[in-house]
Write a protein that binds this ligand. Structure first.
Ligand code: PEP
Ligand code: MN
Length: 373
């Protein structure tokens, strides 16, 4: 399956900025859909909240000039109606909206009434029914190959909310091929260099639950800074994601939102040119793809396991210092027995044998004690 690349500025700021960015992105020949927010959900009031519905007319013009379908973020039924009236091809549900079942339900009903109806109407002017010459020249996928709805993961690491949002759109009448998921990372109190923790294992869980949906990665919102975007995009490619959504601005340093993470169209072109999507070169392509994907998942989980072990040992050392300062023995038999009992009691739920759990815990305990002496 061809990888779907969506790019565009965080926000539509002016007609010039939007059109210059979109035309430059289309000229790379590597982008299949354009994006720009006109209603920006901001964590704090007083931040720039987007230009509102007047930006939709600019997006419609950018769509014409660039010859590519366009996507916009919606957070209410009113947004859905205005976006679709302006001929916007795809709607995306932002991370701050996916957390709200009421908002998702309202959007699902409004969008289904319009998108599902237009899908059934071959004469509809509301969506991109034909490919322009430019799109064909760029090798963009046919209009029916683009998703009409993109659902970003919720800000908090809760797969149930993300999955619940998918169910609401499916129940409203969307077909799985019209929906794509977007992994933009999770807010976890800013411990990492990245703006949002990727928590790749949650995406593996979503893919297992919804194997029929395309999974895209948004390395811009995960990284939060330009220098991280290529490495995150490469990890997504290694994990066989189905595409990327990346923020690009004609003059990123002047952007009114997310200035630190946006790339110029030229930088994006270079990034996409360097990106190595894992390819299957021999044997049954389906088998190789499945194997690569599973191995990628294992590599990532191993990385996370060892990062967590490193954090656990750092805490052990802190405890060691406290014990020393308070003249308390390092080995606390009762405390250790409690840990072993608590975790082995969950052996069945975890799908691990009690023997295996004990072996791992003993190795952890030995290292932990060594850190405290
Ligand atoms: C965006 O895509 O510009 C955006 C606001 O994203 P998110 O919902 O992932 O924060
Ligand atoms: Mn943004």
């Amino acid at each position: 399956m061809e990888k779907l690349i969506i790019a565009g500025p965080c926000g539509a700021e002016s007609k010039r900025q939007l059109i210059d960015t979109c035309v430059a992105l289309a000229a790379t020949g590597r982008v299949h859909m354009l994006r720009a927010g006109v209603w920006k959900p901001r964590t704090h009031p007083g931040s720039w909240e987007g230009v509102g519905s007047r930006g939709l007319a600019w997006l419609a013009e950018a769509r014409q000039l660039a010859g590519l379908p366009v996507a916009v973020e919606v957070a209410s039924a009113r947004h859905v109606e205005s976006a679709l009236r302006h001929g916007i091809d795809a709607l995306w549900i932002g991370a701050r909206t996916t957390v709200s079942p009421f908002a998702v339900q309202e959007i699902a009903e409004a969008a289904a009434a319009m998108v599902v109806a237009q899908e059934k109407n071959p004469h509809s002017t509301l969506h991109c029914g034909r490919r322009s010459d430019h799109q064909i020249a760029c090798g963009a996928p046919p209009a029916d190959g683009i998703p009409h709805l993109l659902i970003k993961n919720p800000v908090n690491p809760d797969v149930e909310l993300w999955s619940g949002a998918v169910e609401r759109f499916l129940n409203a009448g969307f077909a799985p091929e019209q929906i794509a998921l977007v992994h933009r990372g999770f807010s976890c109190g800013g411990r990492d260099a990245y703006r949002n923790a990727p928590m790749w294992h949650l995406v593996f869980e979503m893919r297992t639950r919804h194997p029929e949906l395309r999974m895209l990665c948004d390395p811009s919102h995960i990284g939060g800074a330009r220098q991280f975007v290529p490495e995150i995009a490469q990890t997504a490619a290694d994990l066989c994601y189905d595409g990327l959504m990346i923020e690009s601005h004609i003059t990123p340093e002047c952007a009114l939102s997310d200035a630190a993470q946006q790339l110029t169209p030229a930088a994006l072109d270079e990034l996409l040119g360097r990106l190595k999507w894992r390819s299957s070169c021999a044997g049954d392509p389906e088998f190789i793809r499945a194997l690569e994907r599973l191995r990628g998942e294992i590599d990532q989980i191993d990385t996370e396991i060892f990062e967590l072990l490193g954090r656990r040992m750092a805490i052990s050392e802190q405890i060691g210092r406290q014990k020393r300062d308070n003249d308390v023995t390092i080995l606390q038999g009762d405390r250790w027995r409690d840990i072993v009992t608590r975790i082995t009691a969950r052996a069945e739920v975890l799908g691990l044998s009690p023997e295996f759990i004990k072996t791992i815990l003993n190795a952890i305990h030995t290292e932990s004690i060594a850190r405290q002496v």
